[in-house]
Design a protein. Structure first.
Length: 140
């Protein structure tokens, strides 16, 4: 996956609340192109694998339960400087600390149920995008 791409999920809280369309609108209006997208639901085991880097953190078990609690949207987004620009669009992990106008400030319910995922590096964007999408499920 090229360095101008990032990976996102619309998490169960935002999907359940019917905020998928509003979040995708913000993403497109910020200049990101959707180059892969699907609706799916993670099993606890798949969520555990996706968040394996956090397995020693105290919130890991709850996070895996939460992330498998309902449907999500997974997508690959393309834009110059995609990883950094998308992290700026979504805002801080804890919505209480997120800047005004960011996706998490507007839609997140808590530090755990924080509406969206965004990759934190080009390397992880590649790993995470490939975790969800084969080369035939994405544009380019
Ligand atoms: P990020 O999603 O902003 O990159 P990470 O530190 O990578 O934040 O954490 C991954 C996810 O784990 C967060 O998006 C959130 O859902 C959850 N999380 C992070 N910190 C906490 C916490 O202190 N309590 C509960 N859940 C947390
Ligand atoms: Mg992270």
């Amino acid at each position: 996956m090229a360095a101008n791409r990032t990976f996102t999920m619309i998490k169960p809280d935002a999907f359940e609340a019917g905020n998928t369309g509003a979040i995708l609108k913000m993403i497109e209006e910020a200049g990101f192109k959707i180059v892969a997208m699907k609706a799916t639901q993670l099993t606890p085991a798949i969520a555990g694998k996706f968040y394996e880097v956090h397995k020693e953190r105290p919130f890991y078990a709850d996070l895996c339960t939460y992330m498998s609690s309902g449907p999500i949207i997974a997508a690959i987004l393309e834009k110059d400087n995609a990883v950094e620009d998308y992290r700026n669009l979504i805002g801080a992990t804890n919505p209480a600390n997120a800047a005004e106008g960011t996706i998490r400030k507007i839609f997140a319910k808590s530090i755990e149920a924080n509406a969206v995922h965004g990759s934190d590096s080009d390397e992880n964007a590649e790993i995470e995008g490939s975790f969800f999408f084969s080369q035939f499920e994405r544009i380019g």
